[in-house]
Design a protein around this ligand. Structure first.
Ligand SMILES: [Ca+2]
Length: 560
């Protein structure tokens, strides 16, 4: 039967009614593409789900009635191929011994997609939503007065509601306003820097002295033409690390009034976050409830070279040296889990947050290895990362799953495993897909075959199965001649296959994008939360108060 456009539209609106009807009964709201997969795989998925529910119930029964603990380790700016593989380690001239061992104990997710930089990936993991939906696609480096909105529902809140104890240690980077901080987003305890490595290791005085940043610092220019003393951001005037508990104001730690922020203090902060993670692990493991612990190290990112005493890898790169240290810490944390007896009832995830920061290649020791592009790019090198998941007895050791997985999927998958699906909000689109079947049943049991690749709110590419369509300038003039790549044959996206795919698939891909955009019209994107920077820090230093006042004055000048 040939369908007219009006018939198709009637069908679409009937389907919309069906969706809104099921939504009212508490179904998760999905992007359009998911419904297409669900329609074709419903029966198989339902059968799998019954078996998975049994497996999860058996685990709980054997675990004193409790769901597993979750330990999530997110490593900054580490591209695909640099963790977990001894041969590629050798190619690079260094070794991630502990992560390699960890990878052998669990599953390698070989098609893990993130967002292209720090903030959006972290938001995607915490909320199960791609950040184009909540205005968090961009990355702030100084006092900015915005952040992740309190009304976003995080994984910490969802798990907390079903009885998990929750702790976050390390980088957060989702805003400098109170409602965006981890202890206001569901974590019982949090130790984290308000900002990120731009302040902490790239434009402080030591880094400026090595020209990691130019025109900044105490002694690198004479300022005779300076009229605007507010132009150059002073890292020491910004708030550094804070600590706090659930829904309580935080305190800045290890920074005195008038003190300068240095690379030595950044190193101490990194060591402290490792030690605090170990302490949290000990504290949480001793309690009766399950736990959700996050360790998001700031290393391997490092600005100045000469502040590292000794370089101990054949590679000799600055980040590589620090990655070796992070790997050592991860080894110690895994040993600690054995000692505490929680290795078998904890799901541990180790992954990167986005591709290499190629601005600092090759001095970092890292350049894109298998894929092209790095952080800030929607080429595969920006959004494909190493990822490993271990759950002894539940996830097959030394296995590889090559289904597409997006970082938002952890939100939904962990909610399922934690018995917390009821807490997922039903009034907004959730991009994260329940991939429990992929983790427990292995390769070819994933439930995602697509990713929409956004860069700061702009759709730049889509992936469906092994095919990728780049959308240069946001337009596709001719679907048949569009910019297609076959990611299996051409991981580097160097050999476009336009008509070879476009002739049969061009229109299909364009419609896939249209469905996605129509769905966004039904559930419109919003901006981030706007607020007063640093409000909610009890011991704000006078120089930080002054920095906020400069920011506010500059923000308000257009209204004069
Ligand atoms: Ca990052």
């Amino acid at each position: 039967m040939r369908l007219s456009l009006s018939t198709l539209l009637k069908g679409a609106s009937a389907a919309m009614l069906l969706w809104s009807g099921t939504t009212a009964h508490g179904e998760i709201v999905r992007d359009a593409e998911y419904y297409i997969l669900e329609e074709q795989n419903r029966d198989r998925w339902a059968a799998e789900d019954d078996a998975l529910d049994n497996a999860l119930a058996e685990f709980r029964e054997a675990n004193g009635g409790k769901p597993p603990n979750i330990f999530y380790i997110l490593i900054d700016d580490i591209g695909f191929g640099d963790l977990g593989n001894p041969t590629l380690n050798a190619v690079r001239g260094y070794e991630t011994r502990a992560i390699n061992e960890f990878a052998r104990e669990g599953m390698r997710l070989s098609r893990m997609y993130t967002e292209p930089s720090c903030t959006p990936t972290r938001v995607a993991f915490m909320t199960g939503r791609q950040p184009h939906r909540n205005g968090m696609g961009n990355t702030a480096v100084d006092i900015s007065g915005f952040g992740l909105a309190g009304k976003e529902v995080t994984l910490a809140e969802v798990l907390s509601d079903v009885g998990y104890n929750t702790s976050h240690v390390g980088k957060w980077h989702m805003g400098d306003i109170k409602e965006s901080w981890p202890n206001f987003q569901g974590f019982d305890y949090a130790a984290f820097p308000i900002h990120q490595q731009g302040q902490l290791t790239i434009y402080h005085d030591d880094a400026a002295d090595e020209e990691v940043s130019i025109g900044i610092g105490d002694n690198n220019y004479d300022g005779r033409y300076t009229l605007d003393g507010w132009l150059r951001t002073d890292s020491s005037a910004m708030v550094t690390g804070v600590e706090g508990t659930r829904d309580q104001n935080v305190n800045e730690v290890h920074m005195e009034v008038g003190e300068r922020w240095t690379e030595a203090k950044y190193h101490d902060m990194n060591v402290r976050y490792f030690e605090q993670t170990r302490e949290q692990l000990q504290t949480l493991a001793a309690k009766d409830e399950p736990f959700f612990l996050q360790f998001w190290p700031l290393y391997p990112l490092v600005g100045p070279r000469t502040t590292t005493d000794e370089y101990t890898t054949p590679n000799g790169g600055t980040y590589v040296e620090k990655m070796k240290l992070v790997d050592q810490w991860i080894g110690e944390l895994m040993s600690e889990m054995d000692t505490l007896g929680v290795a078998d009832n904890t799901i541990v995830i180790i992954m990167g947050d986005n591709g290499h920061f190629t601005k600092y290649s090759p001095q970092s020791g890292y350049t894109p290895m298998l894929y092209r592009g790095g952080k800030g790019s929607t080429l595969e090198g920006g959004v494909r990362v190493d990822a490993f998941v271990r759950w002894p007895g539940m996830i097959e050791a030394d296995s590889i799953a090559n289904d597409i997985f997006h970082v938002t999927d952890f939100f939904t998958t962990i909610s399922r495993v934690g018995g917390a699906m009821a807490g997922i909000p039903k009034d907004r689109i959730i991009d994260g897909i329940d991939q429990t079947s992929m983790l427990l049943n292995g390769d070819s049991h994933g439930r995602r075959d697509y990713v929409f690749l956004y860069n700061i709110g702009k759709l730049e590419a889509v992936v469906k199965e092994q095919y990728k369509l780049a959308i240069p300038g946001g337009n596709i003039d001719n679907a048949i001649l569009a910019d297609f790549y076959d990611l299996f044959r051409d991981p580097q996206e160097r050999y476009p296959v336009s008509t070879e795919i476009g002739a049969w698939g061009g229109a299909k891909f364009v419609r896939m994008i249209q469905r996605h955009l129509q769905r966004k019209e039904a559930y419109p994107s919003e901006g981030p939360a706007i607020g007063m920077p640093y409000e909610g820090i009890d011991n704000l230093r006078p120089e930080s108060v002054a920095a906020v006042q400069e920011f506010l004055y500059m923000t308000q000048t257009p209204k004069r």
